[in-house]
Design a protein around this ligand. Structure first.
Ligand code: KOT
Length: 835
């Protein structure tokens, strides 16, 4: 290809090709040029917003130079690529990450100072890219960071929601949702006006026999919506590799058909069609760990899967390789079942469009896909009604039925005596209406299925997917314990700790090989190191205290024990256990003499997290936390002994302030319900200890850091079912301490008790989440924490050891495991000077 380009052109390009700044002067030139020309501002009206815009655009230019190089090099190299399909990418802010990853934050800080701005203020202008609900979306974002940092040729594919997760406001103690329109200025995306895919919905399937007598299916007469690509560069840390996140936006197809409507006076109809089409990518569904089965959600899923697959297939076809090479060139990972329609879609492309026979096509499909399960909770497992799929995607329903037929025939041959097995494992649930079980389709259509922590991966094999282990054998099922990117969650969020570690380890290599942290063990007993470590924690707590003061008006003492639970509000995550425990503590403090109270370890209980807008119980929990805060924080008897804070609108950028500031964080889900959890990793990596149940990744964290360095409590997963059974047949035994808490609530201590009756009644009636059964152990463990915190030297010893032993939980390790066990792909270094 290169040889065909005339010399004159090559010379001109060589001479003028952008090269990107590396020093302060050139950064300032780039920023000012953007402020003046792209943003049309001047010296006299350059505010912080413009300074952010200019800085972001200057860095975007840099990223895109490396992006171009990377994409060119990957195309030439012709190696296997990974595609990560996720409906959620919870990216957070991009500027700080970009500056750190390309190693030019200090350069930019000095440049901005010359222009009269403080780095922190400029960074603070950026809005979070909040295209996700919680852990699942943030995991996808961490994986993109690791894929790029480790030089894997990989793209993410997602939806470009016009509205990300709603903004949470707390008004009179209640959650109020405000739309998150985040796109009015987004310098991080490149619209690819030339990259579009037409996506069909509805219509019918026509059958005919071709000249060879083979039956051909044609899906026709549907409604067309166009997918437009927007590319977001994903820079790796300390490498030129810059990968791509491609997000699809929906637009009405601008075919002749619509022009006709427009011209023939059906103006309103044509505008209506346009809006209907744009609705597909308009909003992120705000449910975490819940499937609501809405038609628009299914449309989103197909729209995104079909556009992504079309794109992937188009790229593959350019290589002119045989179809059987497809799985050797392409690995597609399904982030939960949300992209499962990609399986019948690829089968449809191969059979209907490309004319492959069913079995050849199917073997390509299965060898291409891997499926990650993130939850065992029944209410989160996706099912779609057969009539809905029939209506929206008639050809896909046929294909799903055929996949099921082949699968069930295989099961019948293998287990001829087990008739029940067929109805148990059928992709089609024989209910009314019939439902498609997406997890089963995902298992059947993938070569590997993985859970996200050891306990979780074991649980799926022994419970929800038990029959499939029998059918396919153990080897199809595996575990990849989650991880987090240390670049954002240590280096960016906690620069002081990162610097301290670097000073002892002789540089920042640990950011790319987190196991190097183990060398810190040698400093756990080092007086000076402990002191420096403690001072950093105190500074981070002060930073959070200032933020709390600014946003809530409440003063908290940074010397108090900071006890933090931030995550989506969900009954299974048990924020109710936490707030009941706080009330229990408050009652105990009230019963003490002032002298006794003075001896107690002062505490700040910090909560944060969003409730799904339709999740009544979760909203009750938020309300109770806020009412308890109102009462406790204004109780003059209590003072610094206890403060209760709810941080509004918890998101990625707030987590960057919160995670470094904990003494204790809470990961207290009912055992067996939290697949992994990832904030547990963030808090420990930042020098906090955790109180947790034996659930998800807590178990592996314990194994790595040592059980002396974590506060575990509560019933085990293996006993939960038995306890629930008891509740059903013998009623719930309410713990004495918890009863006192309920009495206080009922007596109106925190406002009208009707507001909280649902919350207390559910414990009294079923206690499905074992709030009462675990309450005593929970409170006792908190007493032990108070005791342990008094001995600061011992506490520091524990926290330093814990940090030193967190190497396993880097997302880099996850990506290496996926690459080796599931994708069979190799990294590919980009040469600094072009391909
Ligand atoms: C399920 C349905 C819709 C939206 C989100 C989910 C979901 C989220 N399922 N699991 N998760 C969380 O995924 C995280 C990353 O693996 C886990 O750490 C966490 O335990 C899951 O709850």
């Amino acid at each position: 290809v290169e040889a065909e380009i005339p010399d004159a052109q090559k010379t001109a390009w060589k001479k003028h090709s952008a090269s990107g700044f590396t020093n302060k002067e050139d950064f300032e030139a780039a920023a000012i040029r953007h402020i003046e020309t792209t943003l049309a501002r001047s010296l006299y009206n350059c505010d912080e917003g413009a300074a952010y815009g200019g800085t972001a655009l200057a860095f975007r230019d840099r990223l895109i130079i490396d992006w171009n190089k990377t994409q060119q090099s990957h195309t030439f190299a012709d190696q296997k690529r990974v595609y990560y399909l996720s409906l959620e990418f919870l990216m957070g802010r991009a500027l700080d990450n970009a500056m750190l990853n390309v190693g030019l934050k200090d350069v930019a800080r000095d440049g901005l100072a010359d222009l009269g701005f403080r780095m922190e203020d400029v960074i603070g202008i950026e809005r979070d890219a909040a295209l996700g609900n919680g852990g699942l979306g943030r995991l996808a974002a961490c994986f993109l960071d690791s894929l790029a940092s480790l030089d894997y040729p990989a793209w993410g594919y997602g939806l470009r929601y016009r509205y990300g997760i709603f903004k949470q406001e707390i008004i009179n103690g209640y959650q109020v949702e405000v739309p998150d329109y985040w796109l009015d200025f987004n310098p991080w995306e490149f619209p690819r006006h030339d990259v579009t895919v037409d996506i069909q919905f509805y219509g019918n399937v026509r059958k005919y026999n071709d000249e060879n007598g083979r039956q051909v299916s044609v899906w026709e007469n549907g409604e067309i919506v166009t997918a437009n690509a927007y590319d977001v560069p994903i820079p790796g840390y300390n490498t030129p590799t810059t990968n791509n996140l491609r997000l699809w936006s929906s637009k009405a197809a601008s075919g002749e058909f619509d022009f006709q409507k427009f011209n023939s006076g059906e103006y309103e109809q044509s505008v209506h069609d346009q809006m209907r089409a744009e609705t597909i990518s308009a909003v992120l569904y705000p449910n975490d760990n819940l499937d609501r089965g809405k038609e628009l959600r299914l449309k989103q899923q197909y729209f995104w899967c079909a556009a992504s697959l079309h794109d992937i297939v188009r790229r593959f076809k350019k290589s002119k390789k045989a179809w059987k090479e497809f799985p050797n060139q392409i690995a597609i990972q399904l982030n939960d079942t949300h992209p499962t329609l990609a399986i019948p879609e690829l089968q449809r492309i191969l059979v209907d469009n490309e004319g492959l026979d069913w079995d050849t096509a199917w073997s390509i499909v299965v060898n291409t896909f891997g499926y990650t399960n993130h939850t065992v909770m029944a209410e989160a497992l996706e099912k779609w009604s057969v009539p809905l799929i029939q209506h929206l995607l008639p050809r896909h329903l046929e294909i799903i039925y055929e996949i099921n037929l082949h699968f069930l025939q295989y099961v019948e041959r293998t287990f001829p005596k087990d008739r029940d097995m067929l109805s148990r494992v059928s992709i089609v649930e024989e209910s009314n209406p019939k439902m498609i079980r997406m997890a089963y389709l995902a298992i059947v259509g993938s070569h590997k299925v993985n859970g996200v922590a050891e306990l979780h991966s074991d649980l799926i094999k022994t419970t929800i997917f038990k029959d499939f282990v029998k059918i396919y054998g153990q080897d199809k099922f595996t575990n990849v314990t989650n991880g987090i990117t240390p670049r954002r969650w240590l280096h960016q969020a906690n620069p002081k700790l990162s610097e301290l570690i670097a000073s002892k380890l002789g540089g920042y290599d640990f950011l790319k090989d987190l196991t190097l942290l183990h060398k810190l063990e040698a400093y756990a007993d080092d007086k000076q190191f402990r002191k420096a470590f403690q001072e950093i924690k105190y500074a981070n707590k002060t930073r959070l205290a200032n933020y709390i003061k600014e946003t809530t008006g409440v003063s908290v003492n940074p010397a108090a024990l900071f006890d933090i639970q931030v995550k989506r509000i969900h009954e299974y995550k048990r924020q109710q256990l936490n707030i009941f425990g706080v009330i229990h503590r408050y009652l105990a403090l009230k019963a003490m003499t002032p002298e006794q109270r003075k001896k107690m370890q002062p505490r700040v209980s910090i909560f944060g997290g969003k409730a799904a807008p339709g999740y009544w119980m979760a909203k009750c929990i938020i309300h109770l936390v806020n009412e308890v805060g109102r009462v406790v924080n204004n109780d003059p008897e209590i003072g610094d002994a206890l403060k209760v804070i709810f941080i509004e609108d918890y998101n990625v950028s707030k987590c960057e302030i919160i995670a470094p500031a904990s003494d204790i964080s809470e990961h207290i889900s009912t055992a067996g319900t939290e697949a992994s959890g990832t904030s547990n990793m963030k808090f420990v990596l930042n020098g906090g200890l955790i109180i947790g149940t034996c659930d998800g990744a807590n178990i592996e964290i314990t194994r790595e850091i040592g059980e002396d360095n974590i506060f575990l409590f509560g019933n085990l997963a293996e006993d939960v079912e038995e306890i629930r059974h008891q509740h059903t047949y013998e009623g719930v035994l309410i713990d004495d301490g918890l009863q006192k808490v309920f009495d206080a609530i009922h007596n109106g201590m925190f406002g009208h008790s009707d507001e909280f009756s649902a919350l207390t009644n559910t414990v009294v009636n079923h206690d499905h989440w074992l709030t009462s059964a675990d309450f005593e152990a929970y409170c006792k463990t908190h007493d032990a924490i108070d005791e342990a915190f008094k001995d600061q030297e011992a506490w520091l010893h524990k926290t330093i050891l814990a940090v030193a032993r967190m190497g396993f939980f880097t997302a880099d390790r996850c990506i290496e495991e996926y690459a080796e066990m599931i994708w069979n792909v190799e990294p590919q270094k980009i040469k600094q000077n072009g391909a």
